[in-house]
Design a protein around this ligand. Structure first.
Ligand code: URA
Length: 444
């Protein structure tokens, strides 16, 4: 089967067959399909789309391109959570141990910061000694012993995505629903999870800013996840304002620990409790929302989730003393306050500007492969709806490098909008799409 024929068919809007997709994907991995051919194919998919069958076959072929983790006796309780990316989103650090404390098993393969959004691996690696580059055997061991592990994708998991995602990133072919669905689901299926709760973000700080697009993506992820045999549902949540007060790696770990101690900002708590509760329902560990929420809250506020977090940190080589003494996390040499532009009420805090300011301070990467500064970041001293009087500080910048501070400063100072009155805000959790909702939408 020649790659050029598959590309031509897709270019001309003719649906591909299962063996054509399988052959193309295996060619991407073994090098017989050149990067320029894969890029042409990706662009043809962006323009022509894919049928549901083609998307399912692409997902299947991508899973088959690498290894698949077998969690053995833990597999029936395995459940993961995936977010499409936001600013200040430290929920994975909370929900993985909380769900494990409730009897779930969480084999989480996460990513690094991308653009203005943060990445769970960068956050966890702020803990001294902690490794996220475990091989599959070590990953399986930690998951089985502790109940959860958070690691990076290994080279043997969905190698096709590694090649295709890198090409999509540089050929303007990221935002295609079938390509996103196949990319996300193939990795989740290969990591060995049976259940999956997706957090599809929408709003200024999200990669799907438009709510209709986010709902469409959520519905496609749920319907294809179900088709692939996963128990899956999706929350659609607002990402207009950074989540919580801390943005930056060590700062976010400290805030996650606060949440695991029963405290922390209300929005982080609300999203963590709902995500963990839905994971328990999806994994069959709770019968209904009310019971699941009560279980998740109890695990979070009783310290059971924190205890599991400490064991996970230790099993991944990190210093577990950070759990009791978060001051052991890296701290920046300098802090500087940003004051409000006027007196009034905070109306909005631009998640993109805060995310970019945090990256500029060193918490993220300008280029793939750059080192990150675990201590750098931004703390929100005010949230939307809070009053600001005179020269009240609204943000605190944490940095080690003054040149970086100078780049971040204009981004941060323009991020907080103070007005006479607070703007009406929308709920944090906008919707939940499950099998029944997706089936009903298909019948309409
Ligand atoms: N995250 C992924 O893993 N893949 C995509 O295509 C988009 C977001």
């Amino acid at each position: 089967m020649r790659a050029v024929d598959t590309i031509r068919k897709k270019r001309d809007g003719i649906a591909l067959q299962r063996d054509e997709i399988a052959s193309f994907v295996s060619g991407v991995v073994d090098g017989s399909v050149a990067d320029y051919q894969a890029s042409a194919f990706l662009m043809a998919v962006v323009w022509r789309g894919m049928t549901d069958e083609e998307t399912a076959w692409l997902t299947e072929a991508m899973v088959a391109s690498g290894e698949r983790v077998d969690l053995g006796p833990c597999a029936p309780r395995a459940v993961d959570k995936h977010s499409t990316g936001g600013v200040g989103d430290k929920t994975s650090l909370v929900v993985a141990p909380v769900v494990a404390a409730c009897g779930g098993v969480v084999p989480m393969m996460s990513g690094r910061g991308l653009g203005h959004t943060g990445g769970t691996l960068d956050k966890l690696e702020a803990i001294p000694g902690l490794r996220t580059d475990l091989d599959l055997a070590a990953f399986r061991r930690v998951v089985q012993a502790v109940g959860c592990a958070i690691v990076g994708q290994t080279a043997s998991i969905v190698p096709a995505d590694r090649v295709l995602y890198a090409l999509r990133d540089v050929t303007a072919t990221v935002d295609s629903v079938p390509l996103i669905v196949a990319s996300i689901l193939s990795k989740k299926i290969a990591e060995g999870t049976r259940g999956l709760v997706l957090d599809v973000k929408t709003g200024r700080g999200a990669f799907m800013a438009d709510e209709r697009g986010a709902r469409r993506l959520a519905a496609a992820l749920v319907s294809h996840g179900l088709r692939s045999g996963l128990a899956v549902e999706a929350l659609v949540s607002a990402m207009d304002v950074p989540l919580g007060r801390a943005v930056g790696n060590a700062l976010e770990v400290a805030e996650a620990i606060e949440v695991l101690r029963g405290g922390g900002p209300d929005d982080v708590v609300e999203l963590c409790d709902h995500l963990a509760a839905r994971m328990l329902v999806v994994a069959g560990l709770a019968d209904d929302e009310a019971g699941a929420l009560a279980g998740a809250r109890a695990a979070r506020t009783s310290g059971r989730g924190l205890e599991v977090f400490g064991r996970m940190v230790e099993a991944q080589g990190g210093d577990p003393r950070v759990v009791e003494q978060p001051r052991r996390l890296p701290a920046a040499a300098h802090r500087e306050l940003v004051v409000g532009s006027r007196s009034g009420v905070v109306q909005a805090i631009d998640a993109v500007r805060i995310g970019l300011a945090s990256v500029a301070l060193g918490a993220g990467r300008e280029r793939a492969g750059d080192a990150v500064d675990p201590a750098a970041g931004v703390v929100l001293l005010k949230r939307p709806g809070d009053p600001v009087a005179g020269a009240d500080p609204v943000l605190e910048l944490h940095f080690n490098d003054r040149a970086r501070r100078d780049v971040a400063w204009p981004l941060a100072t323009g991020a907080v909008d103070v007005a006479d009155e607070a703007a009406a805000s929308r709920p944090l959790i906008l919707d939940r799409l499950d099998a029944a909702r997706v089936a009903a939408a298909t019948e309409e």
